[in-house]
Design a protein around this ligand. Sequence first.
Ligand code: URA
Length: 219
Amino acid sequence: CSLYERGHGFVPWDGPTNAPILWMGEGPGYDEAAIGRPFVGAAGSMLERILRRNHLQRGQFRIGNVLQCVPPGLSLEGETYQYTAIDHCRVHREKFLSQGYPQVVLAAGGTALRTLLGLHGMDRIRVEEFHGTVHDDPEGRFKVVPSFHPSYLQRGAHNLIGTVSFDLQLALEVARGQCQPQPLELIIDPPVEWRRAWVEQLEAAARQDPEGIAIACDT
Ligand code: URA
């Protein structure tokens, strides 16, 4: 493992193995390593606060991380060893992701999201760009609901507590089969011709039905 001698502790996943929903964070912190349970420190308090707000309890969920050990500096962001470490822990993740459960994974933060969707190396892909959508696991075993990391909220983004509650409700709906997401297509760096054809097709559709086309775009 690229974190061998650099990582700290070992924190397996927690909660019922047949829980329909898994919260997946990045890697444990020191509190988690001390106790051997994920999300028991500051991030865990925030997670429990979100659950309480939704009249839910921790024991109803499976809770885990992409990594099983504490990465140096508590974060993988920007580190060259992150992909080998994430790959190394695949064996732990796969053991539990391939058993018919969970049905839905709430990806808490960018590392979980990129890992679950197989977007390794695409660090510029952020939760904001995926928020509100539902994705299929590339192997079709479960759905992925992108959400923000409780630590991010804990560190000041308290305004997102309602947003994460919304994501949690969406995950519950998906798990109950009450939400049939429309298929999504992710196109990264499309060729100019592809984009031109896409714009022309949108313009034609908008001419037909000006109220029926919604598009959001940034530079
Ligand atoms: N942050 C995580 O991503 N996971 C934990 O278990 C704790 C903090």
